[in-house]
Design a protein around this ligand. Structure first.
Ligand code: ACO
Length: 321
């Protein structure tokens, strides 16, 4: 079936690095707790940029790498749960900034699973010969309650993405998308207040991130292996056909547990969480770009991408690079 193939990959993270030790000045935590429970050593945090800025950096890098005019793009999809505004979407802001006048632009919000969802949308929408950007970008530092040590230590800001092209046979072999809305309360952020003139204040703001970390941990370690097996079955592949499994980078211990459940060597599950923390929708494309640029992933490699997070949402795709 027609669909996408990956032409280029790129990522961008803010310059400012916040080491675990620095967080001990702002909250009651320690490098030992953070690194032993999560595998995170540092994260990159914006000082002046917003989500559209980090997304634009990735879009510009992708176009420069491909030597492609912005007007040649047919679409821009941005996976994000932290847009600058509820409207315009980040994708529309970036389309305008690039001058990608022939591209339609759409944000996709499936939190940390968003990049897999956006890639799936691109695969279904694209026509042969078309080109588009699929970017995952989040600036969660603006949604974090910096007094809540249980979530503040986990996240970092960044963006990563792919330039994709429409081809007669999709590079995507199979996809498994699932939503567990019954557990939507497990991760929440960004509720705006409604103080309408008709009824007064009917809904106060709850801007900051609230998460039941343990519930999300259990959800991911239970559901992610099942999703990967389901996608492999529908692609008529097995884990031995797969070169690398790129999981959403939420917690290094989760990655270890999922690899163990799937009875696979940990080397198949590369991580970069020590450097970036959880960058939400950006984590899979940042990791993919790093591995491709360092030639740890080569053309022809079969990859699994699995994202999970707010919703609760889950998405697995199996793709040949
Ligand atoms: N520093 C020091 N102590 C801490 C910190 C901290 N930063 N945070 C919590 N603690 C304490 C707690 O208060 C608790 O103390 P107590 O035993 O005295 O009550 C103790 O450490 C243990 O806390 P737990 O919450 O039980 O720790 P746990 O081992 O479950 O680890 C963590 C918490 C790291 C959040 C883990 O549950 C996790 O990674 N969950 C998954 C989160 C996730 O994947 N989110 C992804 C989705 S995000 C998205 O979609 C955008």
């Amino acid at each position: 079936m027609a669909g996408i193939r990956i032409l280029e990959t790129a990522h961008y993270v803010p310059e400012r690095i916040v080491e675990n030790e620095e967080l001990t000045h702002y909250m009651d935590t320690s490098d030992e707790w953070i690194s032993s429970r999560t595998g995170i050593s540092r994260r990159h945090v914006v000082t002046a940029e917003n989500t559209s800025d980090v997304t634009l950096k990735v879009a510009q890098a992708l176009l420069a790498q491909a030597d492609l005019e912005p007007a040649k793009l047919d679409f821009i999809l941005v996976a994000t749960m932290s847009p600058d505004y509820l409207t315009p979407g980040v994708a529309a802001q970036v389309q305008g900034a690039l001058g990608a006048i022939n591209a339609f632009a759409l944000d996709v919000n499936a939190a940390c699973a968003g990049f897999v969802y956006a890639l799936t949308v691109a695969d279904k929408l694209i026509a042969e010969g078309q080109r588009g950007l699929v970017i995952g970008a989040d600036v969660l530092s603006k949604l974090i309650d910096w007094d809540d040590r249980t979530s503040a230590v986990l996240f970092g800001d960044g963006a990563g993405g792919f330039l994709v092209e429409g081809v007669p046979v999709s590079a995507i072999h199979a996809t498994d998308l699932a939503t567990f809305g019954i557990d939507n309360h497990a991760i929440r952020a960004g509720k705006v207040a409604n103080k309408n003139v008709i009824a007064g204040e009917i809904s106060p703001a709850e801007p900051y991130f609230a998460m039941s970390g343990r519930d999300v941990y259990n959800f991911a370690t239970r559901q992610v292996p099942m999703s990967i097996v389901k996608a492999l079955d529908s692609a008529e592949l097995t884990l031995s056909d797969i070169d690398k499994v790129l999981l959403h980078q939420a917690n290094g211990r989760m990655v270890e547990q999922i690899a163990k459940k799937l009875k696979q060597p940990l080397e198949k599950f590369p991580t970069n969480i020590a450097e970036y923390g959880n960058t939400s929708a950006a984590s899979i494309p940042i990791l993919a770009d790093e591995l491709i640029k360092s030639e740890a992933i080569k053309r022809g490699d079969k990859l699994v991408f699995t994202g999970f997070g707010g919703g609760l949402s889950l998405g697995t795709t199996i793709i040949t690079y």
